[in-house]
Design a protein around this ligand. Sequence first.
Ligand code: NZQ
Ligand code: ZN
Length: 388
Amino acid sequence: MVNFDYQTPTRLIFGKGVVAEKLASVMAQYGKRVLLTWGGGSIKRSGLYDQVKEILKDKEVFELSGIQPNPKYNPSVLEGVKICKEQHIDVILAVGGGSVIDCTKAIAAGACYDGDTWDLLTFKKPTLAALPIVDIITMAATGTEYDPFGVISRTETNDKIGYCSKHTYPQVSFIDPTYTFTLPVKQTLAGVADCINHIMESYFCGEHIMMNDAFMEGAIKSLVKNVKIVLEQPDNYEVRAEIFYATTLGCNGIYCLGNSPSGWPMHGMEHALSAFYDITHGEGLAIVTPHWMRYILEHTTGELHEQVVERCTSFGKNIFGTSTAEEAIDAIADFYKSIGIPMTLHEVGIDDTRIGEMAKHVAELEGLDKAWVPLHEEDIAAIYRNCL
Ligand code: NZQ
Ligand code: ZN
């Protein structure tokens, strides 16, 4: 078991009606001047925007809207930082999916820094402070409500980078599963695939303990079962709640304390797909997953190969009831097909024209040569080609 040093400062407030019950008292702790950040309008359609504005009626509220999926440095992060500095914002309330919350983390850090926020996001300069963040997360997917990460895209350079700092954990996250009743099927499925992949990126590693295996296998079994129910019953609270609980823990590291790191190879490869083509993150991950598994099964030798066989076999046996590593790969692919998520790059509008460019970008930026199963530029390109 490897050593760990773990702390998550975020307060989670989970359940039906928690915003009405506790948002006012939480916001009372942080001063009068609030930046409300949100996306393209789902919170207006659901009534959450009006509810939040009513709760904040004694505050001075400034707004940054229009934050897009795969949130953009320019304009969203830059505009948010500008508002925070000019209006002397005390706290940011982010309401929406992972993209809104990720963008808010970058804004919160940039607001406390005199130079170019990009310096912080690329770790050229340390993040020494950030404005407090409170969020109401409306999408069960990323786990950003319980982690310090923010993933920001810079369109002109095709960069999609993961940023983090101990200052960018949300202070308080409100998670009411009823908000996910309105999710389009595509986003429900992409969110589940994102979480399954977060867990897999923790499960597929060198050194691991039985307790973590059981924890992660249980979470994926719950997602596999519950996503099928939710496709038939989108407003089934208990099922939506269990999915949200799994996704909230998914990227926080708690599933794998004591395991050795995996190096996040599938995320490294997916981030280039969504940077170059602006596709939905969870769909990109679902496409890459079986092809990465098959590639590492076929291209490893010796002790590393034994580890890969063991991980694939245990994963399949304990989640899908399969017997061999190959059957486990077929099982995860068949599961994704059965729920209707795209399983080829062609289906999400990607052809082979930029594979070389993306593979080079990933090889240079993501450090996958140091992953549990090291991947070099030619390996990454081969996996992309297999995904076509
Ligand atoms: O913009 P609005 O109108 O709100 O609509 C959004 C958006 O179109 C909609 N939506 C969200 N909640 C809804 C809803 N529609 C109806 N009802 C609701 N309750 O869903 C669409 C997608 O939203 P988005 O926030 O982009 O989705 P998600 O939460 O999956 O976030 C994806 C981003 O997070 C990054 C991804 O790379 C991607 O940029 N990630 C962040 C991570 C983290 N911070 O830890 C880890 C992940 O691995 C991931 O990389
Ligand atoms: Zn993810």
